[in-house]
Design a protein around this ligand. Structure first.
Ligand SMILES: *[C@@H]1O[C@H](CO)[C@@H](O)[C@H](O)[C@H]1NC(C)=O
Ligand SMILES: *[C@@H]1O[C@H](CO)[C@@H](O)[C@H](O)[C@H]1NC(C)=O
Ligand SMILES: *[C@@H]1O[C@H](CO)[C@@H](O)[C@H](O)[C@H]1NC(C)=O
Length: 374
């Protein structure tokens, strides 16, 4: 008798567990793409990592009705990407709207004349109590004038770092643009077949020094960093040093390094000030107001004021390839086997951002490249 009861108990427990896990699967999937994800609990992101890949694509298809229309549009887009048509007047309208919120050429960088030594800078994403005092060294690195003042480029590519670029063979296509924006100092050389080799601007969050160059603590680290910069030649290194107070220490290291190597590098430095309030204000008019906009959409925002036409590559914040259904890493440069990360979901709302960009693509305002290149 006791045995029967315990077996029964075990069966009931298993059934309950199965039901519970099904429920969590459904609710997680529903949150995933088509509503702004709110992962207040730390368990959320970790859980749906298990479901990334083809299974999640299937799950979304069947569980979220809102997915069907976008999925159909996506499929059509992937099959007939040559059908995309640029809508010049719609783009002109967007550029005008952005220009009304953001003075891109001036917001692009601080200049020698726009700051004074001893001035206290605040941070866009940190508490107001944190300050950074502008020193003589930093001021000496600021350009005399914005490098994009009165500049106009015909075609621009903004290259995001999504794993969707892996195997895309889009490199030669990307290299044809007049101006190529890249994000976060992403490596190109090894991946040139997929992402191209040209760079006209790349963003450089000072924390990269910490992550990839060991804070420049050894001669080897300094040489590595110097060589990486050397390859950028005349490109613009866009350094958002006043977004997070956590970059204060590395910013000082970076400033010292540039002062020491003055005249040895051709890379042009640009140091944006506290500009995110203006950028945020614009995207809020499009119902996009995450805690943090992605660097990619920030680059698109700048590009829209400098370029006659903007195409996006590597903008795809999901863990599966829409062409093949196969699992994808988060970045194209992640080591093989790296799991799709969702650690940024809470602050970035990348799926919501993607949905908006995809709509703009459908409207002919920008071109979002998601398929492999010929
Ligand atoms: C281009 O966009 C405008 C809206 O800005 C719209 O009125 C027009 O119909 C679009 N043209 C085409 C060919 O889709
Ligand atoms: C950035 O652009 C805004 C809006 O045009 C302007 O008010 C602000 O002064 C600019 N800031 C800088 C640093 O150029
Ligand atoms: C962009 O960079 C390439 C080299 O990477 C360079 O040849 C080209 O002149 C640059 N274009 C502009 C507009 O600066």
């Amino acid at each position: 008798m006791v045995r029967v009861v315990s077996v029964l108990g075990l069966v009931m427990f298993s059934v309950a567990l199965l039901i519970l896990s099904l429920i969590s699967y459904v609710s997680i999937k529903k949150d995933f793409i088509f509503t702004a994800p709110k992962y207040a609990n730390a368990g959320g992101p970790r859980m749906y990592m298990f479901h990334a890949g083809f299974r999640s694509q299937l799950a979304m298809k069947f569980l979220d009705p809102a997915f069907t229309s976008l999925n159909t549009a996506l499929n059509e887009n992937l099959q007939e990407s040559s059908n995309w048509r640029f809508n010049r007047s719609a783009y002109a309208e967007l550029s005008k709207e952005i220009a009304q919120h953001i003075d891109v050429p001036h917001n692009f960088t601080l200049t020698k004349n726009s700051v004074r030594v001893g001035q206290l800078m605040h941070y866009d994403y940190s508490s107001h109590k944190y300050v950074f005092s502008i020193g003589e060294n930093l001021r000496s690195l600021l350009p005399d004038a914005s490098p994009v003042l009165n500049k106009r480029y015909n075609t621009c590519a903004v290259v995001g770092n999504s794993g969707i670029l892996t195997g895309s063979r889009c490199g030669p296509e990307i290299d044809k643009y007049d101006f190529v924006f890249r994000c976060n100092f992403a490596p190109t050389e090894v991946f040139r077949r997929d992402v191209g080799r040209r760079t006209n601007l790349t963003t450089f969050n000072p924390s990269i020094l910490e992550k990839y160059y060991n804070n420049l603590l050894t001669i080897q680290d300094r040489n590595n960093f110097f060589l990486s910069l050397k390859k950028l030649d005349g490109a613009i290194l866009w350094i958002p040093a006043f977004f997070f107070h956590t970059s204060a220490t590395v910013t000082r290291t970076l400033v010292d390094f540039f002062v020491e190597h003055k005249g040895q590098l051709k890379v042009q430095l640009a140091w944006p000030g506290n500009i995110m309030q203006y950028v945020n204000r614009y995207w809020k008019t499009k119902q996009l107001s995450p805690k943090r906009l992605s660097t990619g959409i920030l680059m698109f925002t700048l590009a829209s004021s400098l370029c006659e036409q903007v195409h996006l590559y590597g903008f795809w914040p999901f863990g599966w390839d829409p062409n093949t259904g196969k699992e994808l890493p988060y970045h194209y440069y992640d080591k093989k086997g790296t799991k799709f990360t969702t650690k940024w979901q809470e602050s970035h709302q990348l799926p919501t951002e993607f949905k908006l960009l995809f709509k703009m693509h459908a409207d002919g305002v920008l071109k979002l490249s998601l398929s492999h290149c010929a």
